[in-house]
Design a protein around this ligand. Structure first.
Ligand SMILES: *Cc1c(COP(=O)(O)O)cnc(C)c1O
Length: 398
C-alpha cells in the first residue's frame, strides 16, 4: 500500500471530521493488529471498547459468515428469528423486559429519549426535561449531541432541541436542584468514557434513582461503553446496585459489527406501540448473528470474570508505574475492570500515546492529559505485562 497516496486521497475525498491517520490497519487477530507495513501491535484500545472478544474471534466470524451466506436482510416486515433470540437472551441475562435494536450508540440513546418522553406524555404529565451530566457523552445526532454535556461537541449546530439540562457529575446537591416536576428522565453514564473515564459515585447513582422515583421520572443509564462486561459486571451499574428503567448498549455488543440496543422494563416499554419507532437495518440478521456469537464467547470464555481479574492486575501495574518510571508523569489511575483512565500531570497524552505506538502498543488519549486503556476482554497476564513494559519505556522516553 502506498501510504502517501492513501493519506492524500483521505484528505481529498473524506469529510474532514477525522485527522489524517498515520497508521493504517489491515488485519486483526485476538489481541493483535497489523498495519500496512506489516508492523504488529498489541491492541489495548480495541476499537474504543468495541472488540471485546478480540479481533476476528472465530466463533463470531464463522457465525457472521454463515449468516451472510444465508440471509443478509429482510426488513422488520418479516420475522427475524435470531433477532428474537437475541432479545430473549439479553432480557433473560439482565432482567429487563423488552429490547429494541438499532445500529449505533447514538440511535440507542435517541430511542431511550423518545421512549422517556412518550412515557411521560402517556402519564398525562408535562414532563419533558432530560437531565444529563456535565462532561457526559451520548452521541452525535442532534438530540444526543444535545444530551452530551460538552459544549465543544455542540458549537455551531443550533438551534438545538429543547428540554435538555446539565448537572455536574457526583454533585448530589446540584442533582437535587436539577430534578423536579418537569423532569422526564435523568440520563447518566455509570463511568463517563469520552469525558475522561470518570466514574459516577455509587451514592450519586442511588440519589439519581431516588430522585427519579420521587418525581415520577425515568432513570436511563448509557452503558454503551461500560456495558457488555467491560467493568467486571455485565453492566457497570450492577456495582452500585442501582437499576435504571432504560439501559442502552452498542460498542462491544457485536464485536465490531454495528449493532445497538435499548433495553427497558415492561412497564415503560408498553407505551411504545406499532409505528412509534423503527429502523431499517436495526436488528438485522447479520447484526444479531454477531451479537449472539459475542454473548456466547463471553459466557464460554468467562470474559466478565477475566475483565475483573485482568482489570485488577492492570490497575496494580499502573499504580506501580506511577511510583516508578511514570513518577511525575502519571497523576491518577481510575476506572473499573478493563476501562481505565490514566490522568497525566501535564499535557503529554498524545506524545505518550505515540511513544507507545512506536513500540507496538495501541492505547487512546482523551484530550491532552488522559490516556484511555480499554483492551479486549480476552487478555491474559502476559499481555498486561508487555503493555506495562512498553508504557514504562514510553514514560522514560518523554
Ligand atoms: C460511543 C458512545 C456513544 C455513541 O455511540 P455511537 O455508536 O458512536 O453512536 C454514546 N454513549 C457513550 C457512552 C459512548 O461511549
Amino acid at each position: 500500500m502506498d501510504k502517501d497516496k492513501m493519506a492524500q486521497d483521505f484528505q481529498d475525498y473524506m469529510l474532514g471530521v477525522f485527522p489524517t491517520p498515520s497508521v493504517w490497519l489491515e488485519r486483526g487477530e485476538g489481541v493483535h493488529v497489523w498495519d500496512s507495513d506489516g508492523n504488529k501491535y498489541l491492541d489495548f484500545l480495541a476499537g474504543i471498547a468495541v472488540c471485546s472478544t478480540g479481533h476476528c474471534h472465530n466463533k463470531v466470524t464463522s457465525s457472521l459468515a454463515g449468516q451472510v451466506a444465508t440471509l443478509m436482510h429482510c426488513s422488520n416486515l418479516y420475522g427475524i428469528p435470531n433477532e428474537v433470540e437475541l432479545a430473549r437472551d439479553l432480557c433473560m441475562r439482565t432482567g429487563y423486559g423488552k429490547a429494541f435494536f438499532c445500529n449505533s450508540g447514538a440511535e440507542a440513546n435517541e430511542a431511550s429519549i423518545k421512549l422517556a418522553r412518550k412515557w411521560a406524555h402517556e402519564q398525562g404529565k408535562q414532563h419533558v426535561d432530560i437531565i444529563t451530566a456535565q462532561n457526559s457523552f451520548h452521541g452525535r445526532t442532534l438530540v444526543t449531541v444535545t444530551a452530551t454535556g460538552q459544549p465543544k461537541y455542540q458549537k455551531g449546530f443550533g438551534p438545538r432541541p429543547a428540554g435538555f439540562h446539565y448537572a455536574p457529575l457526583n454533585d448530589i446537591e446540584a442533582l437535587k436542584e436539577a430534578v423536579g416536576p418537569k423532569t422526564a428522565a435523568v440520563m447518566l453514564e455509570p463511568i463517563q468514557g469520552e469525558g475522561g473515564v470518570k466514574p459516577a459515585r455509587d451514592d450519586y447513582l442511588r440519589t439519581a434513582r431516588d430522585l427519579c422515583d420521587d418525581h415520577g421520572a425515568l432513570l436511563i443509564f448509557d452503558e454503551i461503553q461500560t456495558g457488555m462486561g467491560r467493568t467486571g459486571k455485565f453492566f457497570a451499574h450492577e456495582h452500585a446496585g442501582v437499576r435504571p428503567d432504560i439501559v442502552t448498549l452498542a460498542k462491544a455488543l457485536g464485536s465490531g459489527f454495528p449493532v445497538g440496543a435499548m433495553l427497558s422494563t415492561n412497564e415503560v416499554a408498553k407505551v411504545f406501540g406499532p409505528g412509534d419507532h423503527g429502523s431499517t437495518f436495526g436488528g438485522n440478521p447479520m447484526a444479531c448473528a454477531a451479537a449472539l456469537a459475542t454473548l456466547e464467547v463471553m459466557d464460554e470464555e468467562h470474559l466478565i470474570d477475566n475483565a475483573r481479574e485482568m482489570g485488577d492486575y492492570l490497575f496494580m501495574g499502573l499504580s506501580r508505574l506511577q511510583e516508578g518510571a511514570g513518577m511525575g508523569i502519571i497523576k491518577e489511575v481510575r476506572g473499573k475492570g478493563l476501562l481505565i483512565g490514566v490522568e497525566l500531570a501535564s499535557n503529554v497524552a498524545i506524545k505518550l500515546k505515540e511513544e507507545a505506538q512506536a513500540r507496538g502498543l495501541l492505547i487512546g488519549n482523551i484530550g491532552k492529559n488522559v490516556l484511555r486503556i480499554a483492551p479486549p476482554l480476552i487478555i491474559d497476564t502476559s499481555h498486561v505485562d508487555e503493555a506495562l513494559d512498553i508504557l514504562g519505556q514510553a514514560c522514560k522516553a518523554l
